[in-house]
Ligand binder design. Structure first.
Ligand SMILES: NC(=O)c1ccc[n+]([C@@H]2O[C@H](COP(=O)([O-])OP(=O)(O)OC[C@H]3O[C@@H](n4cnc5c(N)ncnc54)[C@H](OP(=O)(O)O)[C@@H]3O)[C@@H](O)[C@H]2O)c1
Length: 249
């Protein structure tokens, strides 16, 4: 029960890794709120998580984010744990890269996450913990990954910047960077056929020394560790949860 009486917010908590985090925090006593965009999966997630609450907030919409945190402040007063997990994927070669795709990825995965962190940090104090979901794609070469990788690399930089500026207030900020994880993200690549997704999945597994995809629960375990008192001397760390892909792949 590492999170008993802790107020936990998971941004992007209605699917995949974020949903696994929400369940894990709730199992360990946390009061959990989640956000996402899809009202149906938000409703399903909160139904399965007694006492939780889900709100539809598009993280790329700066006004919606600001309004959400005003409401949160009125209702919760303060926040103990923030998981910045909302994100979109997709691939595009250097040659095919389109401005609209670049802008959308950066508006969600970088700008949206950074300004949500800014808002949330104002509600946090001594003992607070922020965990950001990065990606091995923000660290190492992955084909077709220029836009996504650049947004995640920016997010890794931002994580360190927040960690440095919040350390005096007793707030720790860390990142988990997953390798390929079995979540709905894989199937959200517009324009990719089922066969193309299957081929991409095979390629991803081949690049992982452990020769398998990771499970959302395996990422959630790392998120909970970094958010917990067990990581009390850890800030600005970037923990790869990738079956060895970055270091020995
Ligand atoms: N799966 C992987 O292999 C992998 C690897 C490395 C890093 N990651 C990162 O892990 C995080 C979670 O991804 P996942 O694999 O669990 O995928 P997922 O199942 O597609 O989950 C993505 C989450 O982000 C939310 N989200 C997306 N765009 C949003 C927006 N504009 N506003 C608010 N919420 C938004 C989604 O909510 P809605 O469904 O309601 O839009 C959902 O909750 C992402 O940051 C992703 O980049 C994943």
């Amino acid at each position: 029960m590492r999170f008993a009486d802790r107020k936990v917010l998971v941004l992007g908590g209605n699917s995949g890794i974020g949903l696994a985090c929400a369940h894990a925090f709730a199992r360990e006593g946390g009061a959990v709120r989640i956000t996402g965009r899809n009202p149906a999966t938000l409703a399903r997630a909160t139904r399965d998580l007694p006492g939780s609450r889900g709100d539809s907030v598009d993280i790329s919409d700066m006004n919606a984010t600001k309004n959400y945190f005003s409401v949160l402040e009125r209702e919760w007063d303060n926040l103990d744990v923030l998981v910045v997990n909302a994100g979109m994927g997709g691939f595009s070669t250097v040659d095919d890269l389109a401005v609209d795709y670049w802008d959308e990825v950066h508006a969600i995965n970088l700008r949206g996450c950074v300004f949500a962190m800014q808002q949330a940090a104002r509600l946090m104090g001594e003992g607070g913990a922020i965990v950001v979901t990065g990606s091995i794609g923000g660290h190492a070469f992955v084909p077709g990954n220029l836009a996504y990788g650049s947004a995640k690399a920016g997010l890794a930089f931002s994580m360190r910047q927040f960690a440095g500026e919040l350390v005096e207030r007793g707030i720790r900020v860390n990142m988990v960077s997953p390798g390929p994880i079995e979540t709905p993200l894989l199937y959200r690549n517009p324009g990719m056929s089922e066969d193309e997704v299957a081929a991409m999945r095979k390629q991803m597994v081949a690049a992982v020394p452990m020769k398998r995809m990771g499970r959302p629960e395996e990422v959630a375990a790392a998120v909970l560790f970094l958010a917990s008192g067990e990581a009390s001397f850890i800030t600005a760390a970037n923990l790869f949860v990738d079956g060895g892909a970055v270091e020995i792949g």
